[in-house]
Ligand binder design. Structure first.
Ligand code: ADP
Ligand code: MG
Length: 391
């Protein structure tokens, strides 16, 4: 789960990292009021969307008086920002953050990520910040500082100090920079983040360090331990199909094809997608119903896939272990009885209670195309493309 810049900064501030004074606004009037409250003579009005790269597309505006703050906010509200990270449809601005402008001497990059190769938390830093990490790693790979943290001992002060030196921090600020790096690590670990980024980390003309922009991503599977983080979710920033799925406890990823897929387990789901691609067709989605899925959950999954207008054929592929084929069949019957199928549905069931499952489907009299193996299911689904529901 992603959160907004202002939320990430508030969290980091709780760990002792200095941030510019700022306030959130939902209207231009509120934005101007925030500026007055913050004081000083210059402000930055920042679109709050789940994406970096806002500065390049007009999502971050420097303002020199309150009326400029008002108009910047007025222009941003309701607009759609298309950034390098936002995907084709862009992200709509519903909130802006007004912040006191920092007199910047230097912008640096600081990021913490999970490194898949070493299976460790890795700190990535660069003396040149304010540029997206994708560009830093392709244009200036030799400038990147990398540091792996041993999980048994956590991040050590000497490691943070080394990074601070490599960033070229002024001697007077080494202590402060070390504390910032250690605090970012603590935030990452204590909040079950998968990414913490401060970009830019700024050294101001007065010689202070500030987190001027921040991004955090959290492990969805750990959100139950952090209700205060789960609360920060902003559905307006998510893909609508994926939001509906998450709200129903399903894992869904949308694609551009026309075969809607439902499977149990990520591995079987991926195998199903591969087989469809091999057969020369394109899946409309990946949907994992998980383990021990109730009939109700299966019915919800089916309704979700059917709500996608691009879907011409639905393919259900379940190899039940902890799952039960009779529950899956019950779910299919439940969904199709309420709302009769208007496109072909191919169902392959195997594993726990498969005989009961098949019986439930055949007794229902519903026009379900049955298959015994994955290959059979895929070839039947591909053949059913462009055909009507069998009578
Ligand atoms: P994004 O990464 O989405 O483009 P940032 O918050 O990093 O958004 O802003 C882009 C740039 O705008 C920063 O690199 C910095 O140069 C400038 N900027 C942002 N916030 C402030 C601020 N409070 N004071 C001064 N400059 C700022
Ligand atoms: Mg930034």
């Amino acid at each position: 789960m992603d959160i907004h810049e202002y939320q990430a900064k508030e969290l980091l501030s709780g760990f002792g990292i200095r941030i510019p004074k700022g306030g959130l606004a939902y209207s231009p009037e509120q934005a101007a009021y925030r500026a007055r409250d913050i004081g000083g003579g210059q402000w930055v009005v920042k679109a709050q969307v789940h994406s970096g790269g806002r500065g390049k597309v007009g999502g971050v505006r420097l303002c020199k008086d309150e009326s400029a703050v008002y108009s910047a906010a007025d222009e941003l509200f309701g607009s759609r920002l298309h950034t390098a990270q936002s995907g084709d449809s862009g992200k709509v601005v519903y909130r802006v953050y007004v912040e006191g402008a920092v007199a910047i001497k230097r912008e640096m990059y600081l990021g913490l990520v999970l490194d898949r190769i070493t299976e460790r938390i890795m700190v990535v830093a660069s003396p040149n910040g304010g540029i997206e990490i994708e560009d830093l790693s392709s244009n200036q790979p030799d400038q990147l500082i990398r540091c792996i943290v041993e999980p048994a001992v956590g991040m050590q002060s000497f490691q943070a100090r080394e990074i601070a030196f490599e960033l070229g921090i002024d001697a007077a600020n080494i202590r402060d920079a070390t504390d910032i790096i250690l605090a970012a690590y603590r935030a990452f670990e204590e909040l079950d983040a998968t990414m913490v980024e401060i970009n830019p980390l700024v050294e101001s003309i007065e010689g202070k360090l500030y987190a001027v922009d921040s991004k955090m991503t959290f492990d969805d599977n750990a959100l139950f331990r952090h209700p205060e983080i789960a609360e920060l979710r902003d559905k307006s920033q998510e893909d609508a199909r994926e939001t509906r799925a998450t709200d129903r406890g399903l894992r869904y990823v949308g694609f551009d094809g026309n075969i809607g897929c439902i499977a149990n387990g990520a591995g079987l789901g991926m195998a199903t997608l591969d087989k469809i691609a091999r057969a020369g067709a394109v899946p409309a989605n990946f949907l994992d119903i998980g383990g021990a899925a109730s009939p109700d959950k299966v019915a919800k999954a089916l309704r979700l896939v059917r709500s996608d207008d691009n879907v011409e054929v639905i393919l259900v592929n379940v190899f039940a272990g902890i799952n039960r084929c009779d529950w899956v069949a019950d779910g299919i019957v439940q969904a199709l009885t309420l709302d009769p199928p208007n496109r072909p549905i191919v169902v392959r069931l195997a594993g726990t209670n498969v005989d009961q499952g098949r019986k439930i489907l055949s007794r229902s009299g519903l026009p379900v195309i049955r298959a015994n193996t994955l290959d059979e299911a895929v070839s039947r689904a591909v053949r059913a493309l462009g055909t009507q529901v069998p009578k």
